[in-house]
Design a protein. Sequence first.
Length: 217
Amino acid sequence: MKQFLITLFLLAAGASSADAGGLKSLESFVKTVKSGQAEFTQVVTSPAREGQAPRVKTATGRFEFSRPNRFRFDYVKPFVQTIVADGQTLWLHDVDLNQVTARKQAAVLGTTPAALIASAADVQALQADFVLSDAPDKDGLQWVLAKPKSNDGQLQSVRVGFKVAGDAATSTLAVLEILDNFGQRSVLSFAGFKVNPALPATSFNFQIPANADVIRQ
């Protein structure tokens, strides 16, 4: 479960531009929302095995980001875990194991769901390797569907749902759905989304805990 949650943010995804629907909301989100903060609930559903029901696991936490290239996921339940991108390094901290994994951010986050919703400076930065299209409106949200052009990775698709303000000038992140090639689906629902809060730079600093095992990749 822990490894799968981490892997979600290292899978490839991306975008191509368009003029309407969910893509228009994506463009609005990237252009106008330069920082954000929200609570999230993540539900991971694994495919059913023969004679068994699908396995469902739930986690909750807090998410914040500052464009470009900085974001933070703090998982609180059912276990404490932190994912921090500080602009140079992606830090993964497993509190139970007292283990920290450090990776060069540029090498792993260029075309990922995390880049799509939090790190990219503009839509053009998301256009290289993936196809993104409008998906039908659902649950009062406008949706973008992203599919990788290459079949080499683990990702099958990403759907991003945006809530559009009454004046349609600002779109806020509501839901992120990730489906991998093994049939596992992760749905992150964001609540209490704050648009452009003043976040201190220290929010994206990561201090290695004392006596932690550090793995650099």
